[in-house]
Design a protein around this ligand. Structure first.
Ligand code: HEM
Length: 368
């Protein structure tokens, strides 16, 4: 598609697909022309469908900048570095269980529980509600077009119980502030106003959706890449300084987020195509990151690729807020696996089931 139809209109969904690196980069970087606000690209009946709709992911500057400045206090690289010892502790505990049981599914035993435990702690969810929290997290990323009515019903119920839970927490922390993210958000002001319950909920759900499955898939997809390139595991064992580069390459090669959406605020040209105002755009990150014009030998997995300006965390004002946290979790997960699981790794030969999603790339199980 990048060669023959890099900017393609799909009449069935009335949306444009953008496939080349330079074009995707432009769409992500020019927020004035390519808006993240649902009102610029969704018909009224589809807007505000989930709490994410009222999160900063679906806002444009200037309001986006104000909200982002506020919540980014919790995600500075320094704050994240402080969490290193706790992430290591959680990872060690998970790998202790793996070694005791003698078998490992990378997703079930490490890549899934690690980020959800970390984010639950950041949000101050008590240990006894972690199981429910997992169900809400799964529900927040569910809801694909092919979901059955029963699945949709279960998702709606989980979302309602999550909303009720967070509303309780907001009331509780308003009355008795603690030293946690929710209390900080409740006290923070944007333009002299406190955040509404809806905005607070949007942010908490955004952290769940944006931060959990993506990090799970970064860890899982990295293991997939290494399974396909066993010589890379040997090089990583010999030189741990190559680990961060290997993770960046996994983000490029098997991007956990395949695409993101924007809407045109004004008529514009992309390549030789004229796109009207108010059109929905799919910016294909996974395609951009395999563009030969940007990445020589793009279909080769090269842990020493330099430079590697992949778009796996997006670009521009919405650049992933959790990137330092995701990088740290994945680095600790991979380094600890290299430390504690010696010898060669081999993913089971049984066929893997991909996650059913148009925007997320990963597998459901990964037996090692
Ligand atoms: C935004 C990817 C982990 C929080 C984004 C965007 C991408 C992305 C592509 C931009 C979306 C757009 O422009 O429309 C990823 C990947 C991750 C990851 C691949 C893991 C490997 C995390 C984590 C958190 C997080 C761990 C937090 C706990 C966010 C937030 C935004 C965001 C809050 C919205 C930022 C804004 O609108 O300004 N992420 N993410 N992400 N991500 Fe991540």
């Amino acid at each position: 598609m990048r060669e023959t139809q890099p900017v393609l209109f799909d009449p069935n969904i009335q949306a444009w697909h953008i496939f080349r690196y330079d074009d995707v980069l432009r769409v992500l970087s020019d927020h004035a022309t390519f808006s993240s606000d649902e009102s610029s690209f969704l018909p009224p009946e589809y807007r505000n469908a989930t709490p994410i709709s009222s999160s900063m992911l679906r806002m444009d500057p200037p309001r986006h900048r104000k909200l982002r400045n506020l919540v980014s206090l919790a995600f500075t690289p320094r704050m994240v570095a402080h969490m290193e010892s706790r992430i290591q502790e959680i990872t060690n505990g998970l790998l202790d269980q793996v070694l005791a049981s003698g078998e490992m599914d990378v997703i079930r035993d490490l890549a899934y529980p690690l980020p959800i435990t970390v984010i639950a702690e950041i949000l101050g969810v008590p240990a006894e509600r972690r199981e429910e929290f997992k169900q809400w997290s799964d529900a927040s990323v569910g809801g694909e077009a092919e979901s059955t009515p029963e699945e949709t019903q279960a998702i709606m119920q989980a979302m309602d119980s999550m909303k009720a839970y967070f509303n309780e927490v907001f009331e509780e922390r308003r009355a008795h502030p603690q030293n946690d993210l929710v209390s900080a958000l409740l006290q923070a002001e944007v333009d002299g106003e406190r955040l509404s319950n809806e905005e607070l909920l949007g942010f908490c759900v955004l952290l769940l959706v944006a931060g959990n499955e993506t990090t799970t898939n970064l860890i899982g997809n990295t293991i997939l890449c290494l399974d396909e390139h066993p010589e890379a595991v040997e090089r990583l064992r010999a030189n741990r300084e190559l680990v961060p580069g290997a993770l960046e390459e996994a983000l490029r090669y098997y991007s956990p987020i395949k695409l993101t959406i924007r809407g045109t605020t004004t008529e514009t040209m992309i390549g030789d195509q004229r796109i009207e105002a108010g059109k929905l755009l799919f910016a294909w990150i996974a395609s951009a990151d395999r563009d030969e014009a940007q990445f020589p030998d793009a279909s080769q997995f090269n842990i020493e690729r330099e430079p590697n300006r992949h778009l796996g965390f997006g670009r521009g004002v919405h650049f992933c807020l959790g990137a330092p946290l995701a990088r740290l979790e994945a680095k600790i997960a991979l380094n600890t696996m290299l430390d504690r699981l010696p010898g060669s790794w081999h993913v089971s030969d049984a066929p893997l089931s991909p996650i059913k999603s148009s925007s997320v790339f990963g597998v459901k199980q990964l037996p090692l």
